[in-house]
Each structure stands twice: as C-alpha cells, then as structure tokens.
Design a protein around this ligand. Structure first.
Ligand code: SF4
Length: 81
C-alpha cells in the first residue's frame, strides 16, 4: 500500500509533482500541492516515484508501508513487579 506525502515545511511550490501526477496531486491557489491521501493503485506507483524523484527539495515522499491504515504498532511497555 503506497501513499504520497508532502512535507509542507520543505515544499517550495515548484509544482512539478502536480504536472507529473495530476491524477493525485493538484495545486492550491498559492501553488502548493494538495495530495489525495488514498492509497495509490499499482498503475500509479511508478508515476508517483517519478514525481518524488523530480521534487527539487525532497519534499515529496512515497510511504510504502504494508500496514493497514489506522493500525499503528503498540508501544513497548515494561511491567514493574
Ligand atoms: S515538486 Fe516538491 S517542491 Fe514542488 S510543489 Fe511538489 S512537493 Fe512542493
């Protein structure tokens, strides 16, 4: 399951990602990307990789976690006796 994420602090609104992946990324009124957070279909993953590689400030990442959405791992706990 792959999802695109953008780091809004790093992003400088070049707009390359929206040009390379218009199916999932569009630009707001200021030129910053709005990303559809749904998992990418297999046919879009390669296009997403190209968009990630094209980002000049490394603000775009592809999260390829296999964990289902909303299922975070439990934190380790230690018991006191
Ligand atoms: S290509 Fe990178 S810097 Fe440009 S809008 Fe997309 S995420 Fe932001």
């Amino acid at each position: 399951m792959s999802k695109l994420r953008v780091d809004p602090i790093r992003c400088t609104a070049h707009g390359m990602c929206a040009e390379l992946l218009p199916e999932r990324v569009w630009l707001d009124d200021w030129g910053y990307p709005v990303i559809d957070g749904e998992p990418l279909s297999a046919d879009l993953v390669e296009h997403a990789r190209r968009a990630v590689a094209a980002c000049p400030v490394l603000a775009l990442t592809l999260d390829q976690s296999s964990r289902p959405a909303g299922r975070e791992p439990r934190a380790e706990t230690t018991r006191r006796r």
